[in-house]
Design a protein around this ligand. Structure first.
Ligand code: GDP
Ligand code: IMO
Ligand code: MG
Length: 441
């Protein structure tokens, strides 16, 4: 039977690529998105807020992007802050002004009208809750991320569309603030936050940002259907995902590729390829379990050589060996079509390199990441040892120039995770990249 026109299946030829972190964040997503963004028309962030810290090095200049998509560093690229994000207006404006003062054009940055707003009481709550948790603290960035997402889930949050309408914002705050202050005062003995202080600070910011606030889902779907190349820039990483990470030591958003759909208002078929960014070793900042963590000299060496200090908080990152159990789990959660392996250069000079292939958990060998927190703390990694290499590989741009041991190491990552490597990063700078399988998108 002939179907009527509107009943026909339509499969748009979209050119899009989601880039997400496969570990506990700081995998080098900024570097990889920046490398790819030279070919992009649109770069869109879909979750998180200014807890993200994405570093980009262009020549002698270093940029640390917190709210802003890395694509902003290419003239003419349209950048979107999606509805799945939480936005701290004063911080966003400061970041925008910082970039502008360095000569960059920010006129193509758009903010979803449905993105939620981080307000001063969210920061206070985040910090108070952490203090209250004492030795069970999560080690959050203290930037109000969790409380802002909690208010969103409790259906009492403020959205960007409400912020830019002064009367609406004022009415919302008059209703919401007494409740928030009551909680801060009763539970934490905090004096509370003044309504006029918030209004005086945020009303002008709303006005300043209003021309950028729009229905970004509408925009983005238009670009995708017209065949423009779109990058979805993830922040944090799979093991910080609210559902799939090492709960409760996670962030409060969906960091995996599926988050791009709900966090941008696009259908799943609008994501064509999914690139997992994974460090050649593992790091974590904040508390929580870390099976392959190296507390001694090896970890210290990785931290020192890899300059592993938080981009947002400056905290030293915990370091350890590459964990293929984590790699497989992340590949499953995200449906990765390829890897971008970063910081391979940091491993140069090691005699032996270890990879965790499985864990011993409760006396049994398992190849899967456990869900019970205590099991993650207690599990023991089973390691395979590979030969290291002496040669300094920083800046190498062709696989043939890598020592055989480095190639063996990359092959082991592919074999153990079941995902092929598309890109290898050999240094922090834009061009320090090896393309393994041709252009990505
Ligand atoms: P993101 O949050 O995933 O974007 O990662 P961060 O920017 O927080 O941390 C990654 C750090 O490693 C940054 O300082 C980058 O400049 C740096 N980096 C990225 N790729 C490489 C690489 O291949 N080699 C080296 N040595 N540094 C890298
Ligand atoms: P990028 O995008 C690394 C961690 C915090 C803490 C936990 C919860 O740069 O990879 P939050 O403030 O989000 O409630 O903190 O998540 N965390 C990150 N770790 N990189 C990040 O972002 C992170 N964003 C949050 O350290 O353990
Ligand atoms: Mg980071």
């Amino acid at each position: 039977m002939e179907l009527s026109c509107c009943g026909k299946r339509q499969k748009p030829e979209v050119k899009s690529l989601a880039v997400t972190g496969a570990q506990w964040g700081d995998e080098g997503k900024g570097k990889i998105v920046d490398y790819l963004a030279s070919r992009a028309h649109v770069v869109a962030r879909f979750q998180g807020g200014n807890n993200a810290g994405h570093t980009v090095m262009i020549g002698s200049e270093t940029f640390k992007m917190h709210h802003l998509p890395v694509g902003l560093l290419y003239p003419g690229v349209v950048c979107i802050l999606g509805n799945g994000m939480v936005i701290n207006p004063p911080v966003l404006v400061e970041e925008l002004e910082g970039i502008q003062s360095r000569g960059w054009d920010t006129s193509e940055l758009y903010i979803s009208d449905r993105a939620h707003v981080i307000l001063p009481f969210h920061l206070v709550l985040d910090q108070m809750e952490e203090k209250y948790r004492a030795d069970k603290k999560i080690g959050t960035t203290g930037l109000g991320i969790g409380p802002a997402y909690a208010d969103k889930a409790c259906r009492r949050g403020l959205r960007m569309i409400d912020l830019v309408k002064p009367e609406r914002f004022k009415a919302w705050l008059e209703e919401a603030l007494p409740l928030q202050n009551n909680y801060l005062q009763q539970v934490y003995g905090h004096p509370g936050i003044s309504l006029s202080d918030i209004l005086n600070r945020f009303l002008p910011l709303g006005e300043q940002l209003s021309s950028r606030v729009t229905d970004t889902s509408l925009m983005l779907n238009g670009y995708l259907k017209e065949g423009y190349r779109v990058l979805f820039e993830g922040s944090q990483g799979g093991f910080l995902d609210l559902d799939h990470g090492t709960y409760p030591y996670v962030t409060s958003s969906s960091t995996t590729a599926g988050g791009a759909c709900s966090g941008l208002g696009i259908g799943p078929h609008m994501i064509r390829e999914i690139l997992g960014v994974i460090k050649a070793y593992t790091t974590r900042v904040g508390e929580g379990p870390f099976p392959t963590e190296e507390l001694g000299e090896t970890g210290e060496r990785m931290r020192h050589k890899g300059a592993e200090y938080g981009t947002t908080t400056g905290r030293p990152r915990r370091c350890g060996w590459f964990d293929a159990v984590m790699g497989r789990y992340s590949a499953r959660l995200n449906g990765y079509t390829g890897w971008a392996v970063t910081k391979l250069d940091v491993l140069s000079g090691l005699e032996k390199i270890k990879i965790a292939t499985a864990y011993y958990s409760n006396g049994n060998k398992t190849e899967h990441f456990p869900s019970l927190l205590e099991d993650i703390y207690r599990c023991e990694p089973i390691y395979e040892e590979l030969p290291g290499w002496e040669m300094d590989i920083q800046g190498v741009q062709s696989p043939d120039q890598l020592p055989i041991e480095a190639r063996q190491y990359l092959k082991a990552i592919e074999d153990l995770t079941g995902v092929a490597i598309d890109v290898v990063s050999t240094g922090p700078e834009r061009e320090q990249v090896i393309v393994m399988r041709g252009e990505l998108f």
